[in-house]
Design a binder for this molecule. Sequence first.
Ligand code: ASP
Length: 740
Amino acid sequence: MLHSRSTLVPIFTVLTFLTAQTASAHEGMWVPTLLKAIEGDMRTEGLQISAEDIYSINNGSLKDAVALFGSGCTADVVSTQGLILTNHHCGRSSIQNNSTLEHNYLRDGFMAATLADELPNAGLSVTFMVRIEDVSQRINALLNSGMGEEERYAVAKREGAAIIAEALEGNKFDAVVRPFNYGNSWFLIVSETFRDIRLVAAPPEGIGEFGGNADNWMWPRQTGDFSVFRIYASPENLPAEYAAENKPFTPRRSIAIDMGGAQAGEFAMIYGFPGTTQYYIPSYGVEQVMSMSDPLRIAMRGASLNVITAAMNADAATKIQYYSKRGSIANGWKKWQGELQGLTALGTVAKKQAEEAEFLRRATGMPEYAGILPRLEKLYAEQAPYAQARDLFSEFIYNGAYLPRFAAGFSKLIEGRDTISKAVAEAEVKRLRASASAFFKNYNATVDHDVFAAQLPLVLEYQSSLLATPALQAVQTKFNGNAQRYADDLFARSVFTDSLKLFRLLDHYSKKSAKKMAQDPAYQLGNSASTTYTDKIRPRYNAISDSLDAALRTWSKGLITLFPEKTWWPDANLTLRVSYGKVEGTFPQDGLAYLPFTTLDGVMAKYVPNDPEFNVPQKLIDLYNAKDYGPYATDGEMRTCFLSSLHTTGGNSGSPVFNGKGELIGINFDRTWESTMSDIQFDPAICRNISVDIKYVLFVIDKFLGGKRLVDEMELVGMDGEKVDGADGAPHVIELPLHR
Ligand code: ASP
């Protein structure tokens, strides 16, 4: 049956639609080998393929077309020649690395005219799952509650090594055994990694990053957040390092594309590599996130972002240098603000406390759970100062100014100056020369100084006296507490800001030059911060975390056992998962409705000429004015993004969103503002993920970038625009013609 597609939707119908749908949103990120348990429910919701079509080790299944992209995103195989789609923000650093002022692919976009024009990316990899197997029985049989964490870990590691050795017999795959649910269960994961991954196409930032930071984590959204890569393999179709003779990879399975367009209310499913969730943490853990870690990270990133954004807007070369770094800093900065609001709005702490009280009631007479809550409370309290110091180190030394960390990297030459052999010193000089060359390519001493100076007062405020970086005492002792003067002096005197001087020192490396470097203020600070971290912060943090993991293992087992009426799924850990729900909008706040689709009209409404976030490329404006959408329009409109009720997190970026037939309808890239707390608590009525509509992706590739050759590689289905949706293929009428 055809859907009615009138654009005039009575408001009553909209409301009914939205409220009716919220009941069907699903919490949970499911391990695909365990789908049999929920297959029935998925089919009732509209899945038309079988669990075996989603995950199979014997036949090519959808899992063979979904891969881990780099170390934190997902990619979707869309052709028999190894073509993959992911997000623009996942491909961002590769696009940046291939960009120069003359060939600025970030600003202008990129389309390889032929295979020979596809651009290699050193260090980029794509990993497929060959097999996932629950090995809990085998490992848990060797563990008992009398074991300490270290012993437990050693036994699990030994048995894991045996399991891995068996799994790798007679093949060249990789394998790991990973704990799930704090070590209540264990999974063997066999994988295959490809390392010759080439950039094929990317939209310009006016499409791929449209809306920038202002629109990130927001709906309505119109970002064409995609990029295109290709996997290359050896002539035998096996993983190989980059080589000119490598060929496009022939995958076991590629994904067909639904040209009918996503339909409001239809079944949707996402398959990908969600990174981290903290579903099981008790109220003390949530309190720690809300009172300590989110505020600290937001403050530190806010300080650096102001500096970086202003510098990027003022200068095109700086913009290329900082593109990726700014993107990832801003992403966390904004998300944690939403998370705080969301957790407050949901009353998560109070909800967890109520759950904890009920836990105690249900656990009466069960000695294994006696004392677990006070133990968790104590451990979180003990961990707090170390967790804070760790966050501070990470935001200041890893995500803040580059200089102290870069300088600290020279410690082997500097600290070892009296003992190091000539040969080792020479090898180290060579290594450092190479890494310094790469470093200076993206180094801008002025911006770095300003980031450092902006963050330093916060570091001084947040650091606790016991875990403080000793070198920072100089702010008081030498500069009378004036952080700005300390920063100015450090950058003015450090040799590590100046490539010429640094290379000269390296070229004439001697005990004497090492002694000079040892006095360098940036080295002293970097070294002092890292030593404090490795000697004082990390060991204690890790030891408490081990105890916390042990307690959380008991706690999560208790929750699963004592609350059988609830849905339980293992926390995300960057392993392959499936979530399902529907294409649907929501009422995220009192008086506010999110409709499920956006269109190019929204792009034009937000267009601000030459704005860093809302500029639109002229060619897109022309295509819009001419309504030149080719076969990619839906109901005469060019849709850009859509919402669905799929439980996702970071790492799901780039994941394929499928309809009930297992055809691609979109590429996931974000969540709405009101969903940013879903790593801790998922609210089915409100949480929605955001995908770029696959037809918009094809439109941009074909009509905007001139890449018809890529579309021709793909399998397009449902060109007539008619769709039938429902269990077992039975027609299911979606009465509400909500299309935006
Ligand atoms: N936009 C997100 C990210 O990159 C994806 C998500 O967390 O939903 O982290």
